[in-house]
Design a binder for this molecule. Structure first.
Ligand SMILES: [Zn+2]
Length: 137
């Protein structure tokens, strides 16, 4: 075995794995699913508070569907059950996030996106269109 190529390719296997289309699907699922941790960690470190960005739910959904497809192909009941229902909360969280984003109010003065039911802009303090503060005037 020649070092270092022998570590990567040995007995016709790359990284000790017998590659096939289904192995690529399974490993792609693993990579996508695992990458969500870095996305969430980065978002949390960036904002200095615990946040779960939309990308986390997309990566969860795509990764778990790929892993479900792979486990169905392998007919592995343990992994089929592990990924059979996880898509439900992922899709639900994406729907809730989308509805929440749609309910945000845009400040006409500065363009800042304000949380739903806000009366005043969090950035410039201007009354928001459709808010109780504006309609009361
Ligand atoms: Zn504003």
């Amino acid at each position: 075995m020649d070092w270092p190529t022998g570590l990567l390719v040995h007995d016709g296997k790359v990284l000790g794995i017998d590659w096939s289309v289904w192995k690529v699907v399974g490993w792609l699922g693993n990579l996508v699913f695992f990458s969500r941790f870095f996305v969430q960690w980065y978002a949390t470190e960036k904002l200095r508070r615990v946040v779960v960005p939309t990308a986390f739910w997309w990566l969860s959904l795509i990764g778990s569907v790929l892993l479900l497809i792979y486990s169905l192909r392998q007919r592995d009941s343990v992994f089929i059950f592990a990924y059979a229902f996880t898509w439900i909360p992922y899709i639900r969280n994406l729907i809730i996030h989308h509805r929440h984003a749609d309910a945000h109010l845009e400040c006409e003065t500065c363009g800042h996106s304000c949380p739903p039911h806000s009366n005043f802009c969090a950035s410039c303090g201007a009354p928001l269109a459709g808010s109780a503060a504006k309609t009361a005037r």
